[in-house]
Every structure is written in structure tokens, then in C-alpha cells.
Design a binder for this molecule. Sequence first.
Ligand code: AMP
Length: 213
Amino acid sequence: MKKILILLGPPGAGKGTVGRNISSFYNLPLISSGDLLRDNVKNHTQLGEKAYFYIKKGELVPDEIVEDIIKERIGHEDCKNGFILDGFPRTLKQAEDLNKILMNNNKVIVIYLSASDHFLINRLSNRRICEKCGYIYHLINLPPKKDGICDKCGGRLIQREDDKSEVVKNRLDVYHSYTGPIIDYYKKNGNFYEISGEGELEDTLSEIKRILK
Ligand code: AMP
């Protein structure tokens, strides 16, 4: 039986940070649809060229494209005991299709990290990411020791193009229109837990570990 954790929530709610911590704690791979898409953009694949058109505007990449990369990724050997999904599913169609792929015999837990738009705008506009190791900083709450440089690996810190304020607003609108409704879908389908994404990371993590026990 595979253990599958689905992290739901708006952009900036902390899915990536929480996912990384839980991933190393439980030794389950973290699969982020956003990271997989950005890798494709970086490597100039055909898929990446298509995806970039949507990502730069803060819009959703078409379901077929994202579903194909997720299906491919969860077929890898490291997913045989389970995995953690961050950023997928994001539409009702993705959620329904994922349900079909996973079928029975899996333990699926859904954690919804909630946060207000005001909180998210603040967090996203102050977010900086190490381009080398992906570690996430917040310029005010979790600043690097040296300006613009990652404490962990010395990589350069960058602001994601879609974390700029014009795009953030659109991402939140898209979230409310398309991803909000899947919360109800999972609420009805069991094993659903809502946690505030606005709390301290340590508290959020211990709450999740308690649920996963
Ligand atoms: P994220 O890193 O999860 O914030 O995703 C960054 C961007 O990638 C989003 O704004 C979308 O353009 C695209 N994206 C990521 N995951 C999905 C998904 N499941 N469905 C559609 N588009 C996605």
C-alpha cells in the first residue's frame, strides 16, 4: 500500500516548505508540478516552451500537459512506497483523473494549508529562492545571512518571475476560481485536514506529523 500525501492550498501557503520537510522526515519523494514545469522551461523542452506561455502570466498550464508529467514522475522507482504531491491537483479534472490513476490500495491523505490573500501577497512578494538548491527564504521573516546568497549552498537567490506583484494577483484569482472548488471535492472524499498556513513552520509540521501517525 502506497502512502500518498496531497498538499493543497493557495500559492504561498507553504506547500513547498512543508513538503520538503515532510519528504525528508518520511523519506517520501516530493513531487511539485511547478518545479517539474520550471525544469522543463529551464531545459527548453517542447513542453517547457508551451508551459512558459501560461506560467509567466500566472495562469494554469493545460491539464493534459501537467497530468502527463505527473503520471510519468509517479511511475519512477522512488515512488513505489508513496509520494507527496505539491501543486497538483489544481483543477477538478486533475483531481478526478488522479483519483482514477491512484485507484484503491493506497492510503491518501489530503492536507489543506489555508491562508488569507493579504498574508499570501506579503509572503510571495518577499519570497526569494536559491536557484541552486531551491531553499526558500523570506526577506523579513527568514532572511539569508548574506544578502542574495543562500546560507545552505552559497547559490544565488532569485525572485520567481511569477512572484512579482502583477502576476501574484492573477495567480490568486486563478486559485480562487479553479483550485478552490477541489477543496469541497476532497472534503467529501475523506481523509481531509485543514491547517492554517499562517502559523509557525514548526507548529504546522508537528500538526501534520500528528495527522500522519
Ligand atoms: P507553483 O510552483 O505550484 O506555484 O506553480 C507555478 C505555476 O506552474 C502555476 O502558476 C501554473 O502556471 C503552473 N502549474 C503548476 N502546477 C500546475 C497544475 N497542477 N495545473 C496547472 N498549472 C500548474
